[in-house]
Design a protein around this ligand. Structure first.
Ligand code: ATP
Length: 508
């Protein structure tokens, strides 16, 4: 198969050609980092959301869902720290006029050094064979040790400078690392500046400062400010969770990599309120539960890895990302954070309202701690799509493009084909459509030869194709063809629904 960059390009082209994702406002030349979901895209996206919602809300008696507004009181963003600290350090290259996130430039540089270490380790492993002790090699080989020290020193200095707000030193660090602009190849950098990622707008008719409100950059705050409403109205006891799916907006400086980093996107977040002191136990619980959710879809475990944060955000006492191997490498797909009582305490302070839990066991009131799981719907969509896209060489030498989407997420579950457009076959096919369409998204197709129709369904990831032929009129049997194996079987019409449903079994 082609290299990763080419595959990624093909996935983007395929998404457009087959109605999954279109660039927003395309006839006006698009709008950077904003995308629209097409007829199959919206189905896949809805299925991802539903699979998450079921695993969180339907599956757990102590988790409830809510849907809060995008517009919120502006003080919320002061309390959450977003007004003062939701910034990215940005830097421009004067020659290419391209803008970068300083942290991303440094991260990419560190990754290159890490790749060098990997190369050394691989070479040594081949040389020493079975007797190779990687741990020992990493700690004793001088070159590897030097690389590792370099990485640590760059990372520490970057974090220190960022914390101190010493943006001049971040620029010096970029220069000292010899980082060049990937476009112009030059080191002609501007100063580093902080850039707030929140979009703002005015509420009401007068555009005064006091009317300024923000488009939420995360859904979590809608949950925090409703903590008490839900706890009281639902008579919830700790531990309990509140889940939400909704849009979030961030004015990303470097929005690239298709739907990986968008300016308008969707999040699926769950805040789990726990007794202080129990948060690390629940943090481990949710790390485990979330990776199980991912692998329950049949996507290989090797495609995922955990990345524990060594540098924690000011509000967290433990944090890990679930990274996925996208075509452009392992990148964050989901975050699991132990946020302590940071948010509820801040809202308590800024609102002047008590946000506590009365524990009948200890007769005490306290602010609960929170463990959150936060995943981007669009990033999950990209993960599913990039794992699903396959170009298979068939026995006759032709190439089959197929999306091996997990059946439970597939946009269309079954396609119904009359073998020919006459002799009562379309009518029989419509009868079968009517039988299935309340439970499953189905598609009727009578155009072109069967082979072509199969290919069209493979390209959108339909797990089953059902063909009605003359024999069907006599024995009520149809041919069912499975997407991944391409095997065909003759079955009774009454069995179709059972077969489709057996593929949709959940296992999270
Ligand atoms: P990154 O470091 O990639 O910017 P983040 O750490 O800022 O992500 P969080 O604030 O933890 O992300 O948001 C939780 C999840 O929301 C992320 O794991 C990701 O799946 C999704 N997400 C965040 N920003 C974007 C974006 N601009 N476009 C699409 N999805 C996003």
């Amino acid at each position: 198969m082609a290299n990763n960059e080419e595959i990624f390009k093909k996935i983007i082209a395929h998404s457009k050609e087959y109605g999954f994702i279109f660039p927003s406002s395309e006839i006006y030349d698009g709008l950077a980092a904003v995308y629209d979901y097409g007829q199959y895209g919206v189905e896949l996206k809805n299925n991802i959301k539903s699979y998450w919602w079921k695993s969180m809300v339907q599956y757990h008696e102590n988790i409830v869902g809510i849907d809060t507004a995008i517009f919120m009181h502006p003080t919320i963003w002061k309390a959450s720290g977003h007004v003062d600290a939701f910034n990215d350090p940005l830097i421009d290259n004067k020659d290419s006029k391209k803008r970068y996130r300083a942290d991303v430039l440094i991260e990419d540089h560190v990754e290159k050094i890490e790749e060098k270490i990997q190369k050394e380790v691989k070479k040594a492993a081949e040389r020493f064979g079975d007797t190779f002790d990687e741990q020992q090699y990493r700690t004793t080989n001088q070159r590897v040790v030097e690389y590792q020290e370099k990485i640590t020193s760059i990372k520490t200095r970057f974090v220190d400078s960022l914390e101190k707000g010493d943006l001049a030193d971040i620029k010096t660090l970029i220069e000292e690392c010899g980082i060049v602009c990937p476009v112009s190849g030059s080191k002609n950098w501007t100063e580093v500046r902080q850039f707030n990622l929140m979009f703002s707008t005015q509420m009401g008719s007068v555009s005064e400062d006091s009317n300024q409100i923000f488009l939420r950059p995360e859904t979590a705050q809608g949950i925090f400010v409703n903590y008490l409403n839900v706890q009281k109205s639902g008579r919830m006891k700790l531990p309990f969770g509140i889940a939400q799916i909704g849009k979030a907006f961030r004015n990303e400086i470097v929005a690239r990599q298709f739907i990986f980093r968008m300016r308008e996107f969707e999040q699926m977040e769950m805040q789990y309120f726990v007794k202080p002191g129990e948060e690390l136990k629940w943090f481990e619980f949710w790390k485990d539960a979330r990776i199980k959710w991912h692998t329950s879809l049949g996507i290989p475990r090797e495609k995922y890895r955990f990345h524990d944060h060594d540098k924690l955000a000011h509000y967290a006492n433990a944090a890990a990302d679930i990274e996925f191997e996208f075509p452009f490498g392992f990148k964050e797909l989901e975050g699991i954070h132990s946020r302590t009582d940071f948010d509820l305490s801040a809202h308590q302070k800024y609102s002047g309202k008590k946000l506590q839990f009365f524990d009948p066991e200890t007769n005490e009131s306290y602010v609960p701690y929170v463990v959150e799981t936060s995943i981007g719907v669009d990033r999950m969509f990209l993960a599913v799509l990039s794992n699903a896209y396959n170009e298979e060489k068939l026995e006759d030498g032709s190439i089959r493009v197929v999306l091996n989407i997990p059946p439970v997420l597939a946009p269309i579950k079954a396609a119904i084909f009359p073998l020919v457009k006459k002799d009562g076959l379309p009518e029989k096919a419509r009868e079968i459509m009517d039988l299935l369409k309340f439970d499953y998204m189905c598609q009727y197709d009578e155009k072109d030869a069967i082979g072509k129709r199969y290919r069209r369904q493979d390209a959108i990831g339909t797990p089953y194709c059902i063909t009605i032929d003359h024999q069907t009129l006599e024995d009520n049997m149809v041919t069912i063809r499975e997407r991944d194996t391409m095997t065909q079987e003759r079955i009774e019409i009454s069995k179709i629904s059972e077969i489709i449903s057996s593929k949709m079994k959940k296992n999270f």
